[in-house]
Write a protein that binds this ligand. Structure first.
Ligand code: PNS
Length: 165
């Protein structure tokens, strides 16, 4: 009997910064696949709140307990080329609702058109439905409490970046 090849998926995103909603999707992807590569994709022309290296470290701090998850940075690359390079069986994305689906569907179809790679959508857990990186940053910018929305390391990194403490 032959041993089946390890099934790897890619969880792509900007992760600026990673939220507990992202972590939930990564955790659930890890239950479905042998290996999850969290791909921090960034456009060098756009300055984020965190550098790609900082985003990677915050993802690792947020899901450090998951042995089969690794985090890699890709700049200026098509996601399908990243998937091909990694030999990924699928892209896994969380969808919080209809507007996420409307944003994600054309990308999923385009990625399949370009390379045949399928996108697997996981329904976002309703507990995290209101969480996005941009809203978390807005709340943190005005001094709101982002505990329960992001991991403690991310909360501290936001406070240091936005308020210097
Ligand atoms: O966290 P985000 O911002 O929703 O992630 C979007 C991301 C990075 C996954 C998407 O913009 C992407 O795949 N960018 C890589 C470039 C690419 O392949 N573009 C064509 C997508 S059809």
């Amino acid at each position: 009997m032959s041993t089946p090849a390890a099934r790897r998926c890619v969880c792509p995103g900007s992760y600026d910064p990673v939220t507990l909603g992202h972590v939930d999707v990564i955790r659930r992807a890890a239950a479905l696949y042998d290996e999850v590569v969290v791909a921090v994709l960034h456009n060098p022309a756009k300055r984020g709140t965190f550098s790609p290296q900082e985003r990677r470290e915050l993802v690792m701090a947020s899901c450090g307990d998951l042995a089969q998850v690794r985090v890699e940075i890709f700049a200026d690359r098509l996601l399908v080329d990243v998937c091909r390079e990694l030999g990924a069986a699928a892209i896994v994305k969380g969808v919080r609702g209809g507007s996420d689906f409307a944003y994600e569907l054309p990308m999923a179809l385009m990625n399949r058109h370009l390379s045949g790679v399928e996108t697997v959508f996981l329904p976002g857990d309703p507990r995290f439905e209101h969480i996005s990186s941009s809203l978390v940053k807005e709340v943190a910018r005005y001094g709101g409490d982002v505990g329960g929305l992001v991991a403690d390391e991310v909360r501290d990194a936001l406070s240091a970046r936005l308020h210097g403490h």
